[in-house]
Design a protein around this ligand. Structure first.
Ligand code: ATP
Ligand code: MG
Ligand code: ZN
Length: 252
């Protein structure tokens, strides 16, 4: 079968010429698995970005990787070590999420089924904060590990991951699941971590800002069904706390 990439413009404004490098800022393609004109509406959307957009993304990724690097003295990256229950303000929208997280900590010693937590909800709603509140509350008495999933995927690709540390921790936090589409190979490794922990009844706390239905598309059914099916799903509601603090008015 031939694959036919067809250049298309999406919604008129999508193909801007970048004023910095002169390249197309966002190029949209449709890749058709076979050349059938009648199927022009089907096929897979692909995008490529100009050098500046790709560079900016790489810089942002490197910043996040640095910010989420874990040192030997604490299982959590420095910026997340102060995320605790006390500093988390609650209201009607997030009280239940807070309570589930708190109850998980209280019951941790008696936990036998390996059932962890899956925080989902929109960006800035406090998912990472709550996941870290759990980890910070448990880290003195238990072996806790933390991984920012996009960096973890990079490290897995580069074979720089101490799998044993992630598999054997009493609690593992996997932050920001689904924000990067993993390669089949890194997906397989992620599955080894998630599955390996489940088999030993070791709980994992996940965060994602993807709707759960979408996780399956991004992670594949084998991984997504384990994560969604075996953990307590907690919707963290509310506006973007970061924007709120900066005084930015958000649509309801
Ligand atoms: N209810 C809250 N009380 C106090 N601080 C909060 C609360 N919710 C969020 N924050 C703070 O706002 C910032 C963003 O929160 P956080 O990183 O937990 O969001 P998130 O849901 O993980 O977002 P993303 O999906 O973008 O990763 C953090 O500095 C966090 O400490
Ligand atoms: Mg987060
Ligand atoms: Zn450019």
């Amino acid at each position: 079968m031939t694959s036919v990439p067809i250049l298309r413009t999406l919604r008129g404004d999508s193909e801007q010429i970048c004023s910095d490098c002169g390249g197309v800022r966002r190029k949209f393609y449709r890749r058709h698995p076979f050349p059938v004109p009648g199927l022009a509406s089907k096929g897979l959307w692909l995008t490529t970005d100009c050098r500046c957009v790709a560079d900016a993304r790489r810089v942002r990724r490197e910043e996040l990787t640095a910010a989420t690097r874990v040192t030997a003295s604490d299982p959590l990256p420095p910026a997340l070590q102060n995320h605790d229950f006390v500093s988390f303000s609650t209201g009607p929208h997030n009280k239940q999420a807070y309570q589930y997280a708190f109850k998980f900590v209280q019951g941790f010693n008696k936990l036998r089924d390996g059932k962890g937590l899956l925080f989902y909800g929109r960006s800035g709603s406090g998912k990472t904060h709550l996941a870290c509140a759990v980890a910070n509350a448990l880290k003195t008495k238990h072996r806790v590990a933390f991984a920012y999933v996009p960096s973890l995927l990079d490290q897995l690709r580069a074979q720089e991951v101490d799998l044993h540390r992630l598999l054997s921790a009493d609690l593992l936090v996997l932050d920001d699941l689904g924000s990067e589409r993993p390669t089949d190979w890194s997906l397989e490794k992620l599955l080894i971590i998630v599955d390996g922990r489940l088999n030993e009844y070791r709980p994992t706390v996940f965060t994602t800002n993807y709707p759960l239905e979408e996780l399956e598309k991004r992670l594949g059914m084998r991984l997504a069904s384990r994560i969604i099916g075996t953990n307590l799903r907690i919707l963290v509601q509310g506006n973007d706390y970061r924007l709120q603090q900066s005084g930015f008015r958000q649509p309801r």
